[in-house]
Design a protein around this ligand. Sequence first.
Ligand code: SF4
Length: 318
Amino acid sequence: MGSVESISIAKRTGVCYGVREAIDKAKVARAEGKATHTLGHVVHNEGLIADLHARGIESVETLDQVTEGAAIVIRAHGVTPEVLQRANDRGLEVIDGTCTWVVQEHRELAKLVEEGYEIVLLGTPHHPEVVGLLGFAPNAILVDEEEDWAKIPRRKRMALITQSTQPPWKFERLAAFLVSRCHELKVLNTVCPVTIRRQEDTMEAARSVDMMVVVGGSKSANTKELTRLCEISGTRALQIESAADLRDPAPFAGVIRVGVTGGTSTPIEDLERVAARIAELAGTESVKGRAGEIAREALASAATPQYRTTSITEPSAQ
Ligand code: SF4
């Protein structure tokens, strides 16, 4: 018999507003009868991608795969100005789903270039948001882990900016490091508030349970960071991609209270499914019998409808 008596979901989780808006824009375009594509996967979540596919929204890797006149949705990560230009030149209908926060980053970067700063960008190489950012500042010095930082040259005027989902502690540490590298340092804190709030709420949840389950892509940096933060809080964390990964009750042995959280591409409905699965797999007899109800209650106390995955009402486009 399992030992889990309570399951909660961290507040302010679920798909972030940037990703949600890009998804909604794609759905609206399709519902209006447009041939709709997304440039790259609009979200790193198999269930949501399958849902878009079922609505007839295809993901393409390059603009060349889209026929003239069709709609192309730019995902929340944004793209370089060249990509936008090429889409327009090819006669595509561009639906710009770039997150407003990322748009702000683009503006800030362009301004820094204009002002002549040596720009240091904290980000993960090849991450789509970083690729887009570099389109606005091609000469920026891209750094990620601390081992990279020694390569940053000394300059008179430097500016620091970051990819939105980098951990705030890393950004602060790099800012402190750069103080010794230049005479004038301009610091633009572009860590997304959604990321910060999610980390705060995850840590708060972790402090009140015996174990956390963190849901998100295995390669997702912001998901891995949540797992790390749970452990810093002193709470063991199990990172999974979806409820289907929960097949073995062993990690829950002796655990009474479980918390669930997820990365910025994980729909809150997936967290509900994970909560139900934990109840079925590792709950006490009474919890097992009420798995669905317990998961629904956990969702209701974690999220108002504004944190749900979509604001579009059904039925979907044909
Ligand atoms: S994490 Fe923040 S910046 Fe990135 S898409 Fe989501 S809301 Fe926008």
